[in-house]
Design a binder for this molecule. Structure first.
Ligand code: SF4
Length: 373
């Protein structure tokens, strides 16, 4: 059933209908005209071409400003509740592309406070996880001169005055309606959204003028930024523009890769044996027997292996179409397909893990206001 799913910043469940979700949240689809316009700045990223980044708020206005010479900055982040998996780095890879194409600054917020408030984790644990996650972020090659990593508990002095201003514009009634809080919610959690809003306004605050902001992130984060956008005009801050992606699927066939499903989740630190095992168990659109699959073919639309190629591991559209055709005609079997994906993931992880090691030398130089981990 189309309505039978839930997407909040803290919970994603059910089969997501992304069109229904867009209507529910009131975001705008990226139409052909906007896609064409984006293509003028650089060759479109596959995540745009393929509709993985599919929805936005005020992206056209942001580009108008950019064309007039009013550069935006990028802001995205991570709630450090566990080790980094492929679902986390997918939107970061896109952010890196945006930085390269538009040559803009990037603020990356680590919400260690949020995960302390919402999860059964100590502040020491969320900080240590933030460091681990930051290595993955840095490993993707963001421009060290244009990128700063915020850790909420370290940079709170800068964030707090902005969060306070935002908090004065948000009633408890709004927070309850947007996030579903009730009387059992801890009061830190109720305040938290203002801290997540703060980096969107930080350059405006520092420079004393409106600095446009673009936030490319998962659509599950929209509730936070709806609140931030509503508060912005009353504070003389620009409303942040949003660019939303779909959730990276789990290997088990679910709509979102989740750390609660260890075997359906590929971490950036997994070794080739782990990857082989996990991909080997992936949910596919194949048939129960080889004979049947040769005869009837498979169904790539429901297949996690196919989706992995589509989202991250096969950039060539022609090759994707060929794979879909071969699958549907029974010309390729799931075993072979899984083997190819395993290899692609392992090649990616080997390179990523080497860069992740090197990131340890530079991560300190990329912290906001120079804090040390
Ligand atoms: Fe998926 Fe490949 Fe099997 Fe088709 S052949 S269902 S794409 S794993």
């Amino acid at each position: 059933m189309a309505e039978d799913f839930k997407v909040t910043p803290w919970e994603v469940s059910g089969d997501i209908d992304y069109d229904v979700l867009m209507q529910r949240f009131g975001t705008t689809p990226i139409d052909d005209a906007l896609m064409k316009r984006l293509g003028k700045y650089g060759e479109l990223h596959p995540m745009l071409r393929r509709g993985i980044f599919y929805s936005h708020r005020d992206l056209g206005k942001l580009l108008d400003e950019y064309d007039k010479g009013n550069k935006f900055f990028l802001y995205t982040g991570r709630g450090p509740s566990g080790h980094t998996h492929l679902g986390h780095i997918m939107p970061w890879i896109f952010n890196k592309w945006m930085q390269d194409v538009f040559k803009v600054d990037m603020l990356f917020q680590m919400t260690d406070d949020e995960k302390f408030l919402f999860k059964d984790l100590t502040l020491k644990e969320t900080r240590s996880l933030a460091y681990e996650n930051a290595l993955d972020f840095v490993a993707l090659g963001f421009d060290p001169k244009k990128t700063k990593i915020i850790l909420d508990t370290e940079n709170i002095k800068e964030l707090y005055p902005i969060a306070l201003k935002v908090s004065k514009k948000v009633t408890f009634s709004t927070a309850k309606a947007v996030f579903g809080f009730d009387n059992s919610t801890n009061i830190g959690a109720i305040f938290f959204t203002t801290i997540q809003a703060a980096p969107a306004f930080l350059p405006s605050e520092r420079k004393g003028k409106q600095v446009p902001c673009l936030i490319p992130c998962g659509i599950d984060q929209d509730p936070h930024f709806r609140v931030a956008r509503d508060a912005a005009p009353g504070l003389n801050y620009p409303k942040p523009a949003m660019l939303y992606c779909k959730m990276f699927p789990g290997l088990g066939g679910g709509d979102k890769m989740s750390s609660s499903d260890e075997l359906g989740t590929i971490y950036t630190t997994d070794n080739p044996k782990d990857v082989k095992k996990k991909v080997g168990r992936a949910f596919t659109g194949g048939c129960v027997s080889i004979e049947e699959q040769r005869q009837k073919g498979g169904n790539p639309e429901v297949c996690a292996v196919f989706k992995y190629n589509y989202y991250l591991f096969e950039k060539d559209d022609k090759k994707m179409n060929e794979l879909a055709e071969k699958c549907k005609k029974g010309e390729i079997l799931c075993g072979e397909c899984k083997q190819m994906l395993t290899q692609k993931i392992n090649v990616f992880l080997e390179e990523h893990q080497a860069k992740r090691e090197k990131a340890k030398d530079v991560v300190d130089s990329m912290t906001f206001d120079g804090f040390k981990w």
